[in-house]
Design a protein around this ligand. Structure first.
Ligand code: NAD
Ligand code: ZN
Length: 248
C-alpha cells in the first residue's frame, strides 16, 4: 500500500517541472525536536507557546518571556538533521525540487545541505534590538540571558533585544511574500510534517495546482490533496529518494 503511494509520489515529481516543498515541525521530530500539535508528544500538551512565545508577553512581561518561552528555542540549537531533511537536500541537488518553504526555525534544512530555503517563521540564528534594529548573533543574546541579564539589552542603545523568530502577534518576514509568489507557478507542492493549522501559511496549499501530504496524522486539507501518506517523513522521503535515484 505505502509502496504504491511512493510510486505515485515519484511519478508526480517526475511529471512536474516546478515542485516545491512546504515543511513544518513534524519533519524535525525525528531529530528530537518536539512539534506543537502531535498527540501526547506535542509541546502544546505541556505548555502553551501562545502564552510564553508571543509579542504581548515579550513587551508586557519580558521577564516571563525570557524565563519561560526563550528556553524552547535553545533546545533546538545543537540538533542534527534527519533522513527526511537529507533526502530533501538530495532532491534539490538532483534538480527535482526547486526549493523549500519552511515554518521551522531550527535551520535543519540548511544543515542538511538545502540551498533554497524560505524561512517564513524566521530562524534562531540572530536577534534584533527593538529600538535601533541592530542585529545580534543569537549565541550572544543567549549568553546575556545565561548570565542573568533578563531581559537582555542592546549594547549600543539599551533597547530590548528579541530573537528573530516569528511569534504570535508578529507580521511575517519577506520570505513569506516570496513564498506566495513562488507558489503561483508551482505545479506540485509537497507538504511535509505540518498540521496546516497556523495561518497564513495554512493558506499556501490552496494556491498550488496539486498537493501531496506526508504527515503522521490527518489534516483538514487531506480531502483536497492528490495523495496523502500518513507515515514518518524520514521513512517516506528516503523511499522517494531511493526510487527516484533508480531512474538516474
Ligand atoms: P504542528 O505541530 O502544528 O504539526 C506537526 C504535524 O507533523 C502534526 O500533524 C504531526 O502529526 C506531524 N508529524 C509529527 N512527526 C512527524 C513525522 N516524523 N513525520 C511526519 N509527520 C509528523 O507543526 P506546524 O504545522 O509546523 O506548526 C507549528 C508551528 O510551530 C510552526 O509555525 C513552527 O514555526 C513552530 N515550531 C517549529 C519547530 C521547529 O522549528 N522544529 C518546532 C515546534 C514548533
Ligand atoms: Zn539597540
Amino acid at each position: 500500500m505505502i509502496n504504491n503511494k511512493i510510486q505515485e509520489v515519484c511519478r508526480n515529481i517526475k511529471e512536474s517541472s516546478n515542485t516545491l516543498v512546504l515543511t513544518g515541525a513534524g519533519i524535525s521530530t525525528e531529530s528530537g525536536i518536539p512539534d506543537f500539535r502531535s498527540q501526547n508528544t506535542g509541546l502544546w500538551e505541556k505548555i502553551d507557546p501562545m502564552e510564553v512565545l508571543s509579542t504581548s508577553v515579550l513587551f508586557e512581561n519580558p521577564q516571563k518571556f525570557y524565563k519561560e518561552g526563550y528556553s524552547l528555542l535553545l533546545d533546538m540549537e545543537d540538533v542534527q538533521p534527519n533522513k527526511g531533511h537529507v533526502a530533501l537536500a538530495k532532491l534539490e541537488e538532483m534538480g527535482l525540487i526547486k526549493g523549500i518553504i519552511t515554518q521551522n526555525i531550527d535551520s535543519l534544512h540548511q544543515k542538511a545541505g538545502s540551498k533554497k530555503v524560505l524561512e517564513v517563521h524566521g530562524h534562531i540564528r540572530t536577534g534584533t534590538c527593538l529600538d535601533c534594529k541592530s542585529k545580534i548573533n543569537l549565541r550572544k543574546l543567549t549568553n546575556k540571558v545565561e548570565i542573568g541579564e533578563i531581559p537582555p539589552i542592546c549594547d549600543k542603545c539599551g533597547g530590548l533585544l528579541r530573537p528573530d523568530v516569528v511569534m504570535f502577534g508578529d507580521r511575517l518576514p519577506d520570505d513569506f511574500d516570496r513564498a506566495q509568489e513562488l507558489i503561483q507557478d508551482c505545479e506540485l507542492l509537497i507538504v511535509v510534517g505540518s498540521s496546516l493549522s497556523v495561518a497564513p501559511v495554512s493558506f499556501l496549499p490552496q494556491m498550488a495546482s496539486k498537493v501531496i501530504l506526508i504527515n503522521l496524522e490527518p489534516t483538514h486539507f487531506d480531502r483536497y490533496a492528490e495523495n496523502v501518506i500518513n507515515e514518518k517523513s524520514g521513512i517516506v522521503l528516503t523511499k522517494v529518494l531511493e526510487e527516484l535515484r533508480k531512474g538516474e
